[in-house]
Design a protein around this ligand. Structure first.
Ligand SMILES: [Zn+2]
Length: 553
């Protein structure tokens, strides 16, 4: 059977291997990297391979030369934490990310209203009320404000971080939330806000967001499939070839009952070959045994290709800065009522879940943002390992505010931090006000994390944030001037989204660097990120993305 070797030349290859090699050519065969080095070396390696593999038996190998016309080639980007089900779901909804005033919000809802049949819900996503032009409007909108835009149609709008949402009066009526029903709906770890008369304001926070979310109807499967293709194409356009996918298994989690369709949705996407990337799933459930069941199922579909794996259990320790629900030792600096967030689950329950997951052979991946949450979580990991380094690669997701002691202990235990540089892009304008001058220095402290010896993997948390990897890399390098002492060099930022992310997913033996024997996952960039001004990194174009030797963008 004839096969092909593809030889890429006229390029700069950042191999991201141990030695920090920079090469000028590489050869790809059968979805794997065959050779990397100078053009002369690579040609020699190809000749040697053909002599060995093709000893005059008539088994043909063609060599196809590809002039990469000066591209910079880096390993395929790996996003260690995004939410594929939500991303796909949100691809069917109204985008509010550009809205900067209540008037614009009203306008956006009115326009969407005109396109829908009567009675259908409007679901507005990515609202960022902190960025409203008028400081007087920087609160999450209430039912009354939404009623002005759509008096008769049910409307739900959700903040970009998913920790707070609001429903208008028609929506509250549709989901049966009123003054009388509220007591029966109350949930621990969340809030249904009320006004002075005890009426619901329409605003729901944290776990209470599940109340409206689980009652809004689902889009059709056909519409979801189209959205799935858009999702895969969009992340491929950012150079992503593998992602860690946080997926809700049942009704537990931030999307409530609606989240229960996430896994069936992903299974549909897999069965229909909608998604081009490899996936490592982190399952939101409090029944760790479910991981084994899903893993077995996925491995059977996968047939040993290593494209579908369950990585571990996703847990939540606390909330977010945006909603002032991250668990902090001291109150938020801009909170008139002295809010300091809270832990979502008690420590004993978390530790029990850590133990069960560890014994089953999976990773714990726990969302933890506030300084207190991170301290508590690191201490729990210490108890899991009886103070000794952990045997599995457990992860803290976000690890947003961490002091030097927490970093040092995390390093000793061998905990991986999966951080989202894109948070800096959306928070730098208000973060210092919320945390104060001291705590902001310990927030997203990527340089201190790396210097402290903690494994630091990159992630987007998409669709909460943009999946644009080059934009995230630039955020690591410039931080928009937010605590510039914590800026890291561009190569360190690239490592976060390649070899370190591969390691966070347990796949560093086959991914994360361009080396012979690894999968041929790589990205052609139009410029070398080392050679452009730091504020131009995000303007670098992704020319092509290859996944296992096949072009997916
Ligand atoms: Zn997340």
């Amino acid at each position: 059977m004839p096969s092909e070797i593809t030889l890429f030349y006229n390029c700069t290859i950042l191999a991201i291997d141990e030695a920090g090699s920079v090469a000028e050519a590489m050869a790809v065969h059968d979805g794997m990297i065959l050779a990397v080095g100078t053009l002369v070396q690579v040609r020699q390696d190809i000749a040697a391979f053909m002599a060995k593999d093709n000893p005059g038996t008539g088994h043909e190998i063609h060599v196809i030369d590809i002039d990469a016309s000066g591209a910079c080639i880096v390993p395929g980007f790996i996003d260690s934490h995004l939410h594929p089900g939500l991303y796909i779901y949100f691809k069917t909804q109204l985008d509010l990310s550009k809205v900067r005033s209540l008037k614009e919000l009203e306008q956006a809802i009115k326009e969407d209203d005109a396109t829908r049949p009567a009675g259908e819900w409007i679901f507005g996503k990515d609202l960022m009320e902190d960025l409203f032009d008028d400081p007087g409007e920087r609160h999450f909108p209430t039912r009354r404000e939404l009623d002005r835009a759509a008096p008769s149609r049910p409307v739900l709008v959700i903040r970009h971080d998913l920790h707070i949402c609001a429903v208008n009066s028609a929506g509250l009526a549709a989901i049966g939330v009123d003054k009388d029903s509220m007591a029966g709906l109350a949930v621990a770890g969340g809030e249904i806000r009320i006004d002075v008369d005890g009426e619901p304001t329409g605003v729901f926070t944290e776990l209470a967001t599940a109340i409206p979310l689980e009652r809004t109807p689902m889009p059709t499967m056909d519409r979801l499939k189209v959205a799935g293709k858009l999702f895969s194409a969009e992340i491929a356009s950012h150079g992503i070839t593998t992602f860690g996918g946080v997926v809700q298994l049942g009704e537990e989690g931030i999307a409530g009952k609606a989240g229960a369709i996430e896994m069936p949705l992903m299974e549909l996407m897999i069965a229909e070959h909608v998604i081009a990337q490899d996936m490592v799933f982190y399952l939101v459930t409090t029944k760790p045994r479910q991981m084994k069941r899903i893993d077995t199922k996925l491995r059977k579909i996968d047939g040993g290709a290593g494209r579908l794996v369950v990585g571990g259990l996703k847990l939540y320790a606390d909330g977010s800065f945006g909603a002032r629900t991250a668990a902090m030792f001291e109150p938020f600096s801009d909170s008139p009522s002295g809010e300091r967030g809270f832990m979502i689950r008690d420590e004993a329950a978390l530790l029990a879940l850590f133990k069960e997951t560890d014994e089953l052979g999976y990773q714990v991946a726990i969302h933890s943002i506030g300084d207190k949450a991170n301290r508590v979580v690191v201490d729990l990991f210490s108890r899991l390992g009886n103070g000794r380094p952990l045997t599995r690669r457990h992860r803290i997701e976000h690890a947003s505010t961490v002091d030097a002691g927490t970093i040092a202990d995390a390093a000793k235990l061998g905990i991986t931090f999966c951080c989202q540089p894109a948070f800096i892009n959306s928070e730098y304008t208000w973060l210092e006000a919320r945390l104060g001058a001291d705590r902001v220095k310990q927030t997203y402290p990527f340089k201190s994390i790396l210097d402290g010896g903690v494994a630091l993997a990159g992630a987007s948390d998409a669709p909460v944030e943009s999946a644009n990897v080059l934009k995230a890399i630039q955020a690591c390098v410039t931080r928009h001037g937010l605590v510039p002492e914590e800026c890291i060099p561009v190569m360190d930022a690239i490592r976060m989204f390649t070899i370190s992310a591969a390691r966070a997913l347990g796949q560093e033996n086959v991914k994360g660097s361009i080396e012979p024997g690894k999968l041929a996952d790589f990205v052609l960039l139009d410029k070398d990120p080392r050679a452009v001004p730091v504020d131009k990194i995000e303007s670098i174009q992704v020319r092509a993305t290859y996944h296992r030797g096949t072009r997916i963008f």
